[in-house]
Design a protein around this ligand. Structure first.
Ligand SMILES: [Zn+2]
Length: 491
């Protein structure tokens, strides 16, 4: 059985564009057979499950005959994924007879959800989790802290939510729609917040995701993108100045003071509560876009650099990354950081999230760190999608990531064969500076996330844009009909 499923990778059959097996992501091995199974009642009640410990994690064999439906797996995730496939195969009360051996190419199949620039709330998050499950995505990277807002209740520091989750305004979307306007923001002066998730909300969302075999990776950014925390507790910054969270976008030069022990204990306290709330094995500690202007003139930061022989400000950030990676390890968690953390020479256990391109992941794999690939092109699904008429396109930073371009993503491009084992997978990142509500948010994600999901689940052998383009409309219709998602068109 094990041999069969793994062996299927080598001889994987492409599903032809007009196949009856209209499934996204494409299963690793499909053999269509004659006839169909007629379903009466709930399909879930008609499946005979068989347990076989030789089947790899998350894998399944699905056999449909005129007499029954049989699913063989070694774990609950495999059963769940077999059912997601089956859901897509039922048509008019019939399931076509088929033999499928299927398993994921990567174990990290992610979607990144920015709840800080705009806040979307529990219902939108759960809807997203449902859509992820249907597409066999299994990691939700939840971005919870930013210069523009803090979004998670921390019992020990209540002002993070009373002050840090409210900003004095937001950019007006209509100004961005002005032809020729780029990054010109005008404040609407409407307080935004308080918007945050209580710890009860978080527990509910974590359980909802777990029931769908999705692990949540919470992100607490350090040392940059920290203005919301500094607004709540000014002593966490280098200057002690009082701020509000920013109403506009961009990167604040006021970051956590790297030389202040209070900052270290604050972050340890926060991460302790976060580790209690999120049972998953990984916590994201940010590390991107941390300007060093304040550190260069801060006596406390300079004293730490001097005392520990860190050399310079990059060394200080490296020390912080290392400190919190080790701290998380005491909680049984691995740290993941954006690719800038490579500049601080992190330990081998730190996972690198490659966003500025594939180079960070290539460098990480070469030095023996695991990596998650989400290069800005094509994995930033807030980039314009190249539609003839897109009502939700506000700004263009130079990347246009169409559905087809997303489909061409391959996380192991540029990785030598012997280092491929370090590529855990990839993810689509949806940043929300220019996404004002859930409807716009969904438009940017779907169906592009269907394309990325297939890149992360299905074997490279047999990959075909024409075949995907023929299958994805059915998935799009399902997302609209079953989950009421505002999907972008397929052009
Ligand atoms: Zn400082």
């Amino acid at each position: 059985m094990n041999k069969m499923i793994v062996g299927a990778m080598a001889g994987a059959l492409a599903i032809s564009a007009n196949a009856a097996i209209n499934v996204v992501p494409r299963p690793a091995f499909v053999q269509e057979r004659e006839g169909f199974y007629a379903v009466e009642g709930r399909i879930a009640d008609k499946v005979t499950f068989v347990s076989d410990s030789r089947v790899p994690a998350e894998a399944y064999r699905l056999v449909v005959t005129p007499n029954g439906i049989y699913v063989t797996t070694s774990d609950e995730a495999g059963k769940f994924y077999a059912m997601q496939t089956l859901r897509q195969m039922v048509d008019g009360g019939k399931v076509p007879c088929v033999f499928i051996d299927d398993l994921p190419r990567f174990k990290w199949r992610g979607l990144h959800f920015d709840d800080c620039r705009h806040f979307f709330g529990k219902e939108e998050l759960m809807k997203t989790i449902d859509a992820m499950a249907l597409n066999k995505l299994n990691v939700l990277h939840w971005h919870l802290t930013e210069d523009q807002g803090w979004r998670i209740e921390i019992k020990k520091y209540p002002e993070l939510t009373t002050k840090g989750s409210v900003r004095p305004g937001s950019p007006k979307p209509e100004v961005l729609k002005t032809p020729g306007c780029k990054d010109h923001w005008e404040n609407n002066n409407i307080p935004y917040g308080p918007y945050f998730y209580t710890q009860d909300d978080v527990r509910e969302i974590v359980a909802y995701a777990a029931a769908r075999h999705i692990t949540i990776v919470p992100e607490i950014e350090l040392p940059g993108h920290a203005l919301a925390e500094i607004s709540a507790y000014p002593e966490l910054g280098c200057t002690g100045e009082q701020f509000d969270p920013w109403w506009h976008w961009g990167v604040s030069e006021h970051i956590f003071c790297g030389g202040n022990d209070k900052v270290i204990s604050f972050l340890e306290d926060v991460l302790s509560e976060v580790c209690e709330l999120f049972p998953g094995p990984v916590v994201h500690i940010g590390g991107d876009e941390a300007p060093k202007k304040m550190w260069k003139k801060c006596p406390k930061c300079q004293a730490r650099i001097e005392a520990l022989g860190l050399g310079d400000e990059e060394g200080l950030q490296g020390w912080m990354t290392d400190h919190f990676t080790k701290f998380l390890a005491t909680k049984g968690k691995r740290a993941v950081g954006w690719d800038e953390v490579l500049d601080g020479n992190p330990g081998k256990d730190t996972i690198i999230m490659s966003w500025r391109g594939p180079q960070g992941g290539i460098k990480a794999a070469a030095r023996g760190n695991d990596a998650v690939m989400c290069p800005i092109d094509p994995c930033y699904i807030d980039n314009p999608q190249g539609l003839a008429d897109d009502p939700y396109e506000y700004i263009n930073y130079g990347f246009v990531d169409s559905l087809e371009r997303c489909y061409q993503f391959n996380p192991t491009d540029g990785i030598p064969e012997d280092q491929v084992k370090h590529i855990l997978g990839g993810q689509g990142n949806n940043w929300t500076e220019y996404t004002w509500n859930g409807s716009e948010y969904e438009w940017k994600m779907w169906p592009r996330m269907c394309a990325l999901a297939e890149c992360l689940w299905s074997p490279v052998e047999g990959k075909s844009w024409e075949c995907f383009k023929a299958r994805v409309p059915a998935m799009r219709r399902r997302l609209i009909r079953e989950l009421h998602i505002n999907c972008a068109p397929i052009e």
